[in-house]
Design a binder for this molecule. Structure first.
Ligand code: MN
Length: 176
């Protein structure tokens, strides 16, 4: 049976791992049925999914600290020690967020950010750039790279957690 969609409405793919509560269908036919019905995928059907964060950082202490903080918030962590590996992981895994250091061996984090923001597949992934330049980081370079946020290191822990949360709790724009 075909049904009419509102003209111009974007198609919503409920199987995408980026889906959120907001994407739940507006039907009530399941009222009174158990959430454990296999058709609903069990009780966790509409629970927000664990997020995946890619850390591109050559400094092991920073990498370990960011990773521990993200895992403490229930997220899954992917790590790369240089920009090339970071680009490969970003394309292969399409994480929900990327933490990108500026000074990396070989290609810089800003160059890697620019690359990801110029590719259709990865441009929607938010990127938080970090660096020890602190307040001396060149604002124009940062803006020009296309990064979504900048965080000086050493980080302030609650500030880091809040910033990460602000990106991971955001309902993403629907892809047409
Ligand atoms: Mn570094």
């Amino acid at each position: 049976m075909a049904y009419a969609r509102a003209p111009g409405a974007a198609w919503v793919n409920h199987s995408t791992r980026r889906c959120r509560y907001g994407d739940a269908p507006i039907t009530e036919w399941y009222r009174g049925m158990s959430v454990h019905t296999p058709a609903f995928g069990g009780a966790d059907r509409w629970k927000p999914k664990k997020k995946r964060v890619l850390i591109v950082e050559d400094n092991h202490l920073d990498s370990a600290l960011f990773g521990a903080l993200l895992e403490s918030q229930g997220h899954e962590v992917l790590k790369a020690g240089n920009a090339d590996d970071g680009l490969k992981l970003a394309r292969a895994e399409e994480p929900d967020l990327i933490i990108m250091d500026v000074r990396l061996p070989g290609m810089s984090g800003l160059e890697a950010t620019r690359t990801l923001k110029n590719e259709d597949q990865t441009r929607d992934i938010p990127i938080i750039v970090t660096s020890a330049y602190g307040p001396y980081a060149d604002k124009n370079d940062l803006r020009e790279s296309g990064c979504d946020a900048y965080m000086p290191t050493p980080i302030e822990i609650t500030g880091f957690v809040d910033l990460v949360h602000s990106f991971l709790s955001r309902i993403p724009a629907k892809r047409a």
